[in-house]
Design a binder for this molecule. Structure first.
Ligand code: 2AM
Length: 176
């Protein structure tokens, strides 16, 4: 069993662009490391790797592109999540739904909330106002839309370490 999630990866160029607007690490902010930036499709939690790999094998969708644009925050008990948005597209919805059906058919319980595609780029360390949030929102609005070609879906294993999450690639499922 491992803590698993499916995601879309970004090229080094796109990650470099995102990094230009990610606040630096400080007492109040924890940025996501460049190599960890991704768009989550489905978070599975603890699950059997080989069952998930089998469920996702044979994804049939054609390659497509997504556009990263917009920004915002989610507030949680521990602090805020700072995110960059993803334009909702039919192809992304279809891919998300197809993977969801495959995973449900294999017996996995998935999130019931509607899919809200976002890329977490940093987290604040405590609740309440933080000037870094305003700065992030201002600079993220100046980021030109980033085009990402989606040619595969990745399955990652997330390991929680004292130095933050470590993601290891389990398998890659190419689109057609
Ligand atoms: P987040 O960045 O918005 O927190 C690995 O943890 C990935 O799965 C992250 O991108 C995370 O999204 C996402 N995820 C979705 N639901 C989660 C949950 N309940 N617990 C941990 N991660 C979750």
């Amino acid at each position: 069993m491992a803590r698993l999630f499916t995601a879309i990866d970004f090229s080094a160029d796109v990650r470099a662009q995102l990094e230009t607007i990610i606040p630096p690490g400080s007492k109040s902010v924890r940025p996501i490391r460049s190599e960890n930036l991704h768009l989550t499709l489905h978070f599975l939690g603890e699950a059997d790797e080989s069952t998930v790999v089998e469920a996702l094998s044979g994804v049939e969708q054609a390659e497509f592109s997504i556009v990263l644009s917009g920004c915002g925050t989610f507030s949680g008990r521990e602090g805020k999540i700072l995110w960059i948005g993803v334009e909702k597209s039919r192809a992304l919805q279809v891919l998300h739904a197809d993977l969801g059906e495959r995973l449900s058919a294999a017996g996995f319980a998935l999130e019931k909330r509607p899919y809200s595609p976002h890329i977490t780029v940093a987290r604040t360390r405590r609740p309440g106002d933080n000037p870094v949030v305003e700065q992030f929102l201002n600079s993220a609005q100046t980021l030109p839309p980033q085009f990402v070609s989606v040619s595969a879906v990745q399955l990652y294993r997330s390991q929680l370490t004292s130095r933050g999450s470590r993601y290891e690639l389990v398998a890659s499922f190419p689109l057609q």
